[in-house]
Design a protein around this ligand. Structure first.
Ligand SMILES: C[S@@+](CC[C@H](N)C(=O)[O-])C[C@H]1O[C@@H](n2cnc3c(N)ncnc32)[C@H](O)[C@@H]1O
Length: 260
């Protein structure tokens, strides 16, 4: 069976992430952030690949808010895909969104299959970025766009707080500065590449999240996660404020176009 055997996005972790980022999302920013990633890109009627579809919130927006014709969402973990199926069915989008469990590595699609490759905060888990981006290039049609966001780090060495935050996530991260991805895309032949550092937005988002989760929202967090996990989750959210304010954790957007 394809997919990861060591599940990182367990049901419990999925619940925690939704407490922070909203129903259907394993990453921050929801509707507005997906729209910002796609700014200036016309998705209407297009065939889109979503790499690291998670539990499906962003994939649904590609169809409902951006007019994508068809979305193929891939992921390497079965629990997230189970949730994604429920997200898609709840919005009655089964005809427009196909979900597929894949193995890490080469993308299981023919050359020039998609108009757009989208990804939100997932490629951080893929160590061989050059191999991944060359696969993206291969499956894109001529003139097609890669549009994605990811969690990047600063060029500076990790602070103690950053090292500790990464360890606390318990996730396998292959985090690099955003410039590395930009250079890779250019080297592989992508044109019109652009990068957008979202550190300032994310630091502000993280502060507001802590104010909400630790303030009026805390009774909901405790009711959902239990006291011990709620305390731990709030403390991890506070640690994100520190590392984003330090400029160490730097989410960002990146895009590039395959030549026509
Ligand atoms: C932070 S979540 C983001 C999910 C979704 N894009 C969102 O924004 O809500 C990262 C996702 O990437 C998936 N992932 C990790 N490695 C992957 C790979 N090699 N190929 C595809 N997905 C992968 C994880 O299983 C997880 O669902």
């Amino acid at each position: 069976m394809p997919g990861n055997e060591n599940i990182e996005y367990t049901d419990e972790f999925i619940t925690k992430l939704q407490v922070a980022f909203g129903k259907g999302f394993l990453s921050p920013g929801g509707i507005e952030e997906v729209a910002k990633i796609l700014e200036g890109i016309d998705l209407s009627g297009k065939e889109v690949l979503d790499i690291g579809v998670g539990i499906g919130g962003p994939a649904c927006l590609l169809v409902t808010h951006h007019g994508a014709g068809k979305v193929t969402g891939i992921d390497v973990e079965e629990p997230v895909l189970g949730e994604a199926r429920a997200t898609v069915s709840a919005q009655n989008l089964q005809d427009r969104i196909e979900l597929q469990l894949v193995k890490p590595g080469p993308l299981p699609f023919d050359d020039a299959t998609f108009d757009i490759v989208f990804s939100k905060d997932s490629i951080i888990h893929i160590p061989d970025k050059q191999a991944l981006f060359s696969e993206v290039y291969r499956v894109l049609r001529p003139g097609g766009w890669l549009v994605m966001s990811d969690w990047y780090c600063s060029e500076a060495p990790f602070t103690e707080e950053m090292t500790s935050w990464v360890q606390r996530t318990g996730l396998s991260f292959a985090m690099t500065p955003i410039g590395n991805d930009g250079s890779l895309l250019e080297k592989l032949g992508f044109l019109e590449t652009a990068i957008l550092d979202r550190n300032e937005w994310f630091a502000d988002f993280s502060k507001k999240l802590v104010e909400q989760m630790g303030g009026p929202g805390y009774s909901y967090v405790v009711a959902t996660l239990g006291q011990e996990d709620a305390d731990d989750w709030l403390s991890r959210a506070k640690a994100r404020v520190v590392v984003s304010t330090q400029g160490q954790l730097r989410p960002g957007h990146i895009r590039g176009r395959k030549p026509t």
